[in-house]
Write a protein that binds this ligand. Structure first.
Ligand code: APR
Length: 262
């Protein structure tokens, strides 16, 4: 066991209130590409502005729908990795001892929930929920109904039916994810800030720390006196601030870190 992990396990053993903040790297070992990693990154072929903005959606709804339906089908075709399961077990372990563990994620997949975590705070929304572009009313849509599959290449534009809103009948459904330039869901963000202000330990896993305001969340806790552990195979702007930076991956480091618990 590396010295990083050894020192980190001591912080884990003492912590009764924990926040785990995750980014796309958390799901990488499940087979879900991250956004900015070279070669595999999703943004290699398309700029975020072409796929993850309201303007892009209004200009080309079928292309943007194809991108999100393809990602939903991909997530549905993979499994949570050992890191997701370790976090879920850690949360149950603390809850059984009147402690608490809050998961706040930038990820729009449901792998934390499928790995056993409860009450996950989705700071950037969810691939599996939809709302009206005009009135915001939640709507239902079955991505499997499009015939798009995880193993096809998402840039083959596949026409996705424009699904109308049941409530206002004017708007069309859009994915309920946070697009560039949009604000984060207030309730999830406020709950994350509150948990961070009370945390003794924050573990940041798989986030490049490039997208605000989520990227600033670890500093809220650190300034409030929490210990900060970062797990990422590549150093980020947070690595020098973290009390312990573990240069490893989610599915390797988390089970090691939590070996005495999970
Ligand atoms: N384990 C842990 N971390 C990993 C792994 C892994 N197996 N593989 C890659 N990483 C790290 C990378 O080193 C990188 O720092 O995960 C990070 C992924 O960074 P991004 O692709 O930028 O994803 P993220 O930080 O979640 O992006 C934030 O930007 O594109 C928007 O809305 C999108 O939520 C996303 C946000």
């Amino acid at each position: 066991m590396s010295s990083h992990i050894q020192r980190a396990t001591e912080l884990v053993a003492e912590a009764e209130s924990v926040v785990v903040l995750t980014g796309a790297g958390m799901s990488a070992e499940s087979g879900v590409p991250t956004f900015r990693d070279a070669q595999t990154g999703l943004w290699q072929r398309f700029a975020p502005e072409q796929l993850a903005t309201e303007e892009a959606f209004r200009a080309n709804p079928s292309m943007v729908w194809t991108w999100y339906v393809w990602r939903a089908m991909l997530v549905d075709s993979v499994d949570p990795n050992a890191g997701h399961h370790a976090i879920g077990t850690w949360q149950q372990h603390l809850a059984a001892r009147d402690g608490s563990l809050t998961v706040a994620t930038q990820n729009v997949d449901d792998l934390h929930e499928r790995g056993g975590a409860q009450d996950v705070l989705h700071l950037h929304g969810s691939l599996h929920s939809y709302r009206c572009l005009e009135c915001g009313t939640p709507g239902t849509f079955d991505p499997a109904s499009t015939g798009i599959t995880a193993d096809q290449d998402f840039d083959h534009e596949t026409f996705v039916p424009t699904v109308h809103c049941d409530h206002c009948e004017l708007g069309v459904l859009r994915p309920n994810v946070v697009w560039f330039g949009e604000s984060l869901p207030e309730q999830a963000f406020a709950a994350a800030v509150s948990a961070l202000q009370q945390a003794q330990l924050v573990v940041v896993v798989g986030s490049s720390g490039l997208v605000q305001p989520a990227a600033s969340l670890p500093l809220i806790a650190h300034e409030a006196g929490a210990s900060l552990i970062e797990i990422n195979p590549a150093a980020t702007t947070l690595s020098d601030t973290a009390d312990i930076y573990i240069p490893s991956t989610a599915a390797v480091a988390l089970p090691e870190l939590l070996a005495d618990i999970v």
